[in-house]
Design a protein around this ligand. Structure first.
Ligand code: PGA
Ligand code: ZN
Length: 423
């Protein structure tokens, strides 16, 4: 039986309140989970319910979402026989009754959904990744580490949000982490040497004021080489410029390095030039969520060359992804559990992607916590790559640490995905 459902207000990595939920089965098996929170959110994401009570946490409290779990959801679940994840999630979706979970709040619903998966894993005495998907073989992912932060994630002059390194030429996950960290620390030395600030942004990447967006790529390539690796062969680049944030009256407006504006066509030109100049293997949100025509063009021109990931445009939503697939938008989908709000719907989106030969890129949010669920989800579905921040800050590296544990537990049975992880 489900014997306990309890939520509380805890804090995320930016010091904002978020929802933690605990589920207990048979008075014995407990799962606990915390919802993350984004800053550059897609318009069609499931709704994060905030109190908007300016007397607490500048309006960011989540006491309503917490109380919805402790009353409405708890009343519906406590005392019930142990159900399947699908049934629990379907029940919460119907209790909420809205398409975007705005009634009960996706932050509360997701915390319960994941906590239920963890409690079930404890009940079944299996690791969480097996609870999500019991596979005969598993693949260790390439950790895409966001070593320079800009955009909405840092108060510097870089427009593009994320500059990631992908240490793919490694025999295993453990070694890929070592490579990534060596590049990360070398990058710090290089920035320091050039007189740049080495404080970090929301996702733990450095957040210097640089001369241009291009300089971010140049210093990273310098760091890869200086750390003893070959750019492209050993370590490649992934970008998330998060361009929905730049979209303004049908154009892309640079809002930090300059006041320049570019058309969709010009942005595609910029990405063509960057991808021919630099060892870029993945581009996420190269165009904005409301620029579907541009996205089609971008996919036509670069879709055979690199992985084109849709984040804001798909919002981990199976219905929107379906439309995107029909319209030939991108070749990969970013997966963020809290964009859709339940484990079941997240897995549905992932299955839909694979069925249509799209990749899945599993992701944290800029507001994260010690919860490491995305590490297990990455393993469960064989995503082959994930992004969970840079090489520092525990809310980021906790996911790497969980993957190190899983790799050790699988004892070499799980092969490292390597460059094949990318489209
Ligand atoms: P967010 O950023 O969590 O602030 O939305 C992450 C991303 O854009 O991928
Ligand atoms: Zn993104």
């Amino acid at each position: 039986k489900i014997t306990k459902v309890h939520a509380r207000e805890v804090l995320d990595s930016r010091g904002n309140p978020t929802v933690e939920a605990e589920i207990t089965l048979n008075n014995q098996f407990t799962g606990r989970a915390i919802s993350p929170s984004g800053a550059s959110t897609g318009e069609k994401e499931a709704m994060e319910l905030r109190d908007n009570d300016k007397t607490r946490y500048q309006g960011k409290g989540v006491s309503k979402a917490v109380s919805n779990v402790n009353t409405i959801i708890a009343n519906a679940l406590v005392g019930k026989e142990i159900l399947l994840q699908n049934d629990i999630d379907a029940l919460m979706i119907s209790l909420d009754g809205t398409p975007n979970k705005s009634n009960l709040g996706a932050n509360g619903i997701l915390a319960v959904s994941i906590a239920y998966a963890k409690a079930s894993a404890a009940f079944n005495n299996i690791p969480l990744y097996r609870q999500f998907r019991n596979q005969s073989t598993y693949t260790m992912p390439v950790p895409c580490m966001n070593v320079i932060n800009g955009g909405r994630h840092a108060d510097n002059n870089i427009d593009f949000q994320e500059f990631m390194i992908a240490p793919h030429n490694a025999p295993n996950f453990k070694e890929s982490i070592r490579m990534g960290e060596e590049v990360f620390h070398t990058l710090k030395d290089i920035l320091k040497g050039k007189g740049y600030y080495t404080g970090v942004g929301d996702e733990g990447g450095f957040a210097p004021n640089l001369k241009s967006n291009e300089e971010a790529v140049d210093v990273i390539l310098e760091a890869i080489t200086k750390a003893g690796f070959t750019p492209g062969k050993d370590v490649s680049l992934c970008l998330d410029p998060a361009t929905s944030e730049m979209w303004n009256n049908g154009k892309y407006k640079f809002f930090k390095s300059s006041k320049e504006q570019k058309t969709s066509e010009e942005m595609i030109g910029l990405w063509e030039s960057w991808t021919s100049q630099y060892p870029i293997v993945l581009l996420e949100d190269g165009l904005g969520e409301n620029d579907w025509k541009g996205w089609q063009q971008l996919t036509e021109r670069l879709g055979n060359k690199i992985e084109l990931v849709g984040d804001d445009i798909f919002c981990t939503n199976p219905k929107i992804l379906k439309e995107g697939i029909d319209q030939k938008i991108g070749n990969s989908v970013l997966i963020k559990l809290n964009q859709i709000g339940t484990v079941t719907e997240t897995l549905e989106t992932i299955d839909l992607a694979y069925k249509n030969n799209y990749n899945c890129f599993i992701s944290h949010r800029s507001g994260e916590t010690e919860d490491t669920t995305i590490a297990d989800l990455t393993m469960a579905v064989g995503a082959g790559h994930l992004k969970t921040g840079s090489g520092c800050r525990s809310e980021r590296v906790s996911k790497f640490n969980q993957l190190l544990r899983i790799e050790e537990e699988l004892g070499g049975a799980a092969k490292f995905a390597g460059i094949k992880a990318f489209k």
